[in-house]
Every structure is written in structure tokens, then in C-alpha cells.
Design a protein around this ligand. Structure first.
Ligand SMILES: *[C@@H]1O[C@H](CO)[C@@H](O)[C@H](O)[C@H]1NC(C)=O
Ligand SMILES: *[C@@H]1O[C@H](CO)[C@@H](O)[C@H](O)[C@H]1NC(C)=O
Ligand SMILES: *[C@@H]1O[C@H](CO)[C@@H](O)[C@H](O)[C@H]1NC(C)=O
Ligand SMILES: *[C@@H]1O[C@H](CO)[C@@H](O)[C@H](O)[C@H]1NC(C)=O
Ligand SMILES: CC(=O)N[C@H]1CO[C@H](CO)[C@@H](O)[C@@H]1O
Length: 465
């Protein structure tokens, strides 16, 4: 009897405690659920003051590519979530190397805002120019994911926010790639009008297996703009507006002070680094080189086969390096004439240049790259500066970088140049068919005196940021 009563007592006590715990748990859950904003900031609503909740990231969200940070000599381009070593928002920027005004990152977590100091790291490859490419790193706590960030100097609120990209992908491997090969090229500028070489290069990239070409575009001729519009329409080209000349006096050469200016070659390294982060989860591999360059395999049909082979040769490689070979456009093989329909298209026919300069093995010969962008942290033009995995120098008998340009060793005579018809020998028929079809499709490609105003074509949807 006595034991029975005490059991009843214990039961009552137990059920009381149980319902108390349940109630507290529900309260806790509701509060937590409400206070965890989509961005993942763990600020409790209960402790948030009125002033705070009323001033919620009230800024302008920028659509441009280059933004000057008020009261500083720093420009920001775009912001990316990067969780590969520590959790940060990495902002690709350009900064004056001798001035380090203290900069701050202001986050926006779907409602809340929060400020942390920005760590400014100038890339080592600045080629002695006063301005250089920089990473602005903003630390995050575990699982924090801001949607927007703004960089400001001291107490000067800027109120222009950058959208933080890669927020979905960075935390969620494995990745679904849109492309196997994407090519980035920086700094198309001036009134670039080498149309025949441009379309030959574009068609060659396609033949080689490139699925998207990205160009950081400052300016080009009105005729080339029509060609660009054609490739954008066919989803093969994306232009990133690159109005760098409106912000900084850029150099048109690579080294300071022989080439005057405040920033190396149209901000090329900033554009290339931005391209890596912008497309790192969209493409399996990325090539970084210029529009007068082609990476040509000697035995493989295209890049997918080539890179599969290279990856077998060096399974841990994440950066493949190709040595540059100059094919001077001053030497033309007269027996390789352009077909009739091509002759009125302005520019160089790379198929007629089949001699290359010998590379001096004791000198530095520049290189270009195909890389796995997810393993690269920083890049320069010819090599990656910081990356995970190995760098693999591709032997010349497997593939070579063919560079169709003005001679580099201008004192060489014809007999000192090496006969090398790799392009026309392996790809003539494809490029011939492709270019001829293209010229038929676009009769306006051919040089005409009375061209309609190209700005009609250019304005509007041509940029796909
Ligand atoms: C962020 O919040 C503070 C108040 O805590 C407010 O003064 C500031 O204006 C806010 N910043 C933005 C950009 O909304
Ligand atoms: C947003 O931009 C507009 C137009 O550029 C400007 O007038 C306005 O002051 C800006 N707002 C803020 C909060 O900076
Ligand atoms: C470029 O240089 C010129 C002459 O040195 C100077 O007047 C101008 O302000 C500079 N522009 C920029 C954007 O720095
Ligand atoms: C020019 O091209 C033709 C046809 O491919 C080739 O037979 C010839 O040797 C080339 N001439 C020179 C000077 O390289
Ligand atoms: C216009 C044209 O013929 N384009 C072709 C160029 O080459 C690629 C790859 O071989 C084809 O897919 C295109 O259709």
C-alpha cells in the first residue's frame, strides 16, 4: 500500500517535470527558429533593440563590376563565399599598395547587419605598379552565410552592397558542372578589330571542346561588337563589363616603370582572379589565356581527351602549364591563300602562319594554364600563385601553346624559324568549314564601308553579368 502511494507520487512528479521540459523546449524552439535568420546569424530576437531592427541593410545593391570604396584608394569587384581553409567572404579588389586605410566588411544576414575588419592581402604579382590586385578577406563564424556585404573605410558607411556569390555551392559538394571547359580571357580593349583571327580563335576553342568563353570587355571596334553579339546570342560567349579605364590609369604594357600607368595591363590579374571565383562551381576545368593563343594537342583530338591523358600522367595535378611558342604573323606562307570569301574580312588568317620562333631553353619562356579552379586560391597571368595540388608542366610533344602575334625575336630570318604547321595539318578542314559557314551566316562580317551604327547592336542585352 505504502509502496503503491509512493509510486503514484513519483508518477505525478515525473509527469509534471516532463510537461515542464516539453513546454520549455517548445518555447526555446520557437524563439530559436524565429531568430535564426536565413543567413544563419544567431542573434536572439529578444535581445535585439528597436533601432537595430529598423536599419536593415538599407543600401543600394550594385550591378556594376568595379566600385570605388569611399575615402580610400581601393576598388572592389565582387564577393565570394570561400570555405576551403577558413570560412571567409573573399572580395576580389584592386588597391593602392602604399596606402592601407583600415577597411571594414559589413555583412547583411537577411535582416541583421554585422561589421568585422577586412584583411587586405595584396597579391605578390603586381609587376611594380603602385596599384595591385588584392583579396579583401572578411572572417565568418561557423555556418554564417551573409547574402550581401559592403566594404567601408572607418566610419564612412558606403551603403553599396555586393552580393555574396557561391553561397549555395561552397558548402555543398559534390558539384554539378554546367561546363567541362570554360575559357577566361581578360582585357579586350581599344578598338580591337582583328576579326578574322578572333573568329578563327573562337571556332578553334569550340572545336577543342570549350563550351563557354568569358571576356572581360573594356572596348572593341564596332565591327567586332557585332561578332561578339553573334556569339552571345549562340550562348558561346559571356562578356563581363570591365570599365577599368574609367577608374584607374592603366598601363598598356606589363612592367613598371618602362610602361607607365598605375596598374598592370588593364587590371588583367584582377579580372583573371575574379573569373576563377565567378565560374569555379560552373566548370570542371578552366583555361586562362589570350585570344591570340591556342593550346593545341599534338595527338589528341581535343581538350577533354588531352586533359584526361594529362590527369592520368599526374593524378594530383590541378594546374597544367603550357609553354608559349610565338608564330610571327610577319611571315606568311604564300602557298596558303585565304579562300575567296574570307578575303574581305579584316584581320589575320592564322592558318597561313606556319613558322615558329625557337625558344631559348636558358631563358624564361612564358606559360599559360588550364586548371581546376576549385583548387586555386590566387593566380597570376602565367602561373598560379597559390593553389592546392601539383603543377604539371606539359611536355611539348603532348601539347603546345601557339601564339600568333608580332615577332618577339624580330631579328630572326626565315631559315632560323622552325617549320610547324600543327594548326593547318590537324585542324584545317574543321576551321575551314566552320569559318566559311559563319561568313555565310553573317555576311556583315565582311568589311563594308557603310556600316550601320553599331551602338544599336551593342547596347542592352549584350552584357550578361
Ligand atoms: C547596421 O546597423 C547599425 C545599427 O546597429 C546602423 O547604424 C547601420 O546604419 C546599419 N548599416 C546598414 C548599412 O544598414
Ligand atoms: C542609392 O542610389 C541612388 C541613386 O544612385 C542615390 O540617390 C541614393 O542616395 C542611394 N542610396 C543610398 C542609401 O546610398
Ligand atoms: C590619370 O593621369 C592623369 C595625368 O597624370 C591625371 O590627370 C588623372 O587624374 C589620372 N586619372 C585617374 C583616374 O587616376
Ligand atoms: C607552305 O605550305 C606548303 C603547303 O602546306 C608547304 O608544302 C610548304 O613547305 C610551306 N612553305 C614554307 C616556306 O614553309
Ligand atoms: C557554323 C559551324 O559550322 N559551326 C560548327 C563548328 O564546329 C563545331 C565543333 O566541331 C560544331 O559543333 C559547329 O556546329
Amino acid at each position: 500500500m505504502k509502496t503503491c502511494a509512493s509510486i503514484k507520487h513519483a508518477c505525478k512528479l515525473f509527469s509534471l517535470v516532463f510537461s515542464m521540459v516539453t513546454f520549455l523546449y517548445v518555447v526555446y524552439f520557437v524563439v530559436l527558429e524565429k531568430s535564426v535568420s536565413p543567413g544563419g546569424s544567431f542573434r536572439l530576437t529578444l535581445f535585439k533593440d528597436k533601432a537595430f531592427s529598423q536599419m536593415l541593410c538599407t543600401g543600394n545593391w550594385t550591378g556594376g563590376t568595379i566600385i570605388k570604396v569611399k575615402n580610400s584608394q581601393t576598388f572592389v569587384i565582387s564577393a565570394y563565399l570561400d570555405v576551403r581553409s577558413r570560412r571567409v567572404v573573399r572580395i576580389i579588389g584592386i588597391t593602392y599598395r602604399y596606402e592601407q586605410a583600415p577597411l571594414f566588411c559589413e555583412y547583411c544576414f537577411g535582416g541583421n547587419n554585422e561589421t568585422v575588419p577586412a584583411e587586405v592581402e595584396v597579391h605578390s604579382d603586381h609587376f611594380e605598379f603602385p596599384y595591385g590586385t588584392a583579396d579583401l578577406l572578411c572572417n565568418l563564424r561557423e555556418s554564417q552565410t551573409p547574402q550581401y556585404v559592403c566594404i567601408h573605410e572607418g566610419k564612412n558607411l558606403q551603403n553599396t552592397f555586393l552580393k555574396v556569390h557561391n553561397t549555395e555551392q561552397a558548402d555543398n559538394p559534390p558539384y554539378q558542372f554546367e561546363y567541362d571547359f570554360l575559357m577566361c580571357t581578360s582585357a579586350l580593349f581599344g578598338s580591337y578589330n582583328n576579326i578574322l583571327q578572333f573568329v578563327q580563335a573562337m571556332e578553334m576553342y569550340r572545336i577543342l571542346g570549350v563550351q563557354k568563353v568569358v571576356i572581360y570587355h573594356t572596348d572593341s571596334s564596332s565591327e567586332l561588337k557585332k561578332v561578339l553579339a553573334h556569339y552571345i546570342e549562340h550562348n558561346f560567349l559571356e562578356l563581363i563589363p570591365w570599365p577599368i579605364t574609367s577608374y584607374i590609369n592603366v598601363s598598356s604594357g606589363w612592367h613598371y616603370p618602362e610602361h607607365p600607368g598605375d596598374l598592370h595591363y588593364y587590371g588583367q590579374t584582377a579580372a583573371l582572379n575574379d573569373c576563377i571565383y565567378r565560374y569555379m562551381y560552373k566548370t570542371r576545368y578552366m583555361a586562362l589565356h589570350d585570344l591570340d593563343e591556342l593550346i593545341l594537342p599534338t595527338t589528341h583530338k581535343n581538350w577533354p581527351e588531352l586533359v584526361e591523358h594529362l590527369q592520368q600522367m599526374s593524378p594530383s595535378a590541378s594546374v597544367f602549364i603550357f609553354e608559349n611558342h610565338v608564330f610571327p604573323i610577319t611571315f606568311t606562307n604564300q602557298s596558303k591563300q585565304s579562300p575567296e570569301g574570307w578575303r574581305s574580312v579584316p584581320g589575320v588568317n592564322i592558318l597561313t602562319h606556319d613558322r615558329r620562333e625557337p625558344n631559348n631553353p636558358t631563358e624564361y619562356n612564358p606559360t599559360k594554364m588550364i586548371l581546376n579552379p576549385r583548387n586555386v586560391i590566387r593566380t597570376s597571368v602565367h602561373v598560379a600563385l597559390e593553389f592546392v595540388g601539383e603543377e604539371f608542366r606539359v611536355p611539348r610533344d603532348v601539347a603546345q601553346l601557339c601564339h600568333y602575334r608580332e615577332p618577339k625575336q624580330s631579328d630572326l630570318t626565315l631559315d632560323m624559324l622552325i617549320k610547324d604547321d600543327i594548326l593547318s595539318r590537324l585542324f584545317y578542314i574543321y576551321i575551314y568549314l566552320n569559318i566559311s559557314a559563319l561568313i555565310q551566316q553573317m555576311p556583315k562580317l565582311q568589311h563594308q564601308r557603310a556600316v550601320p551604327k553599331a551602338s544599336n547592336v551593342w547596347a542592352g542585352p549584350i552584357y550578361t553579368p
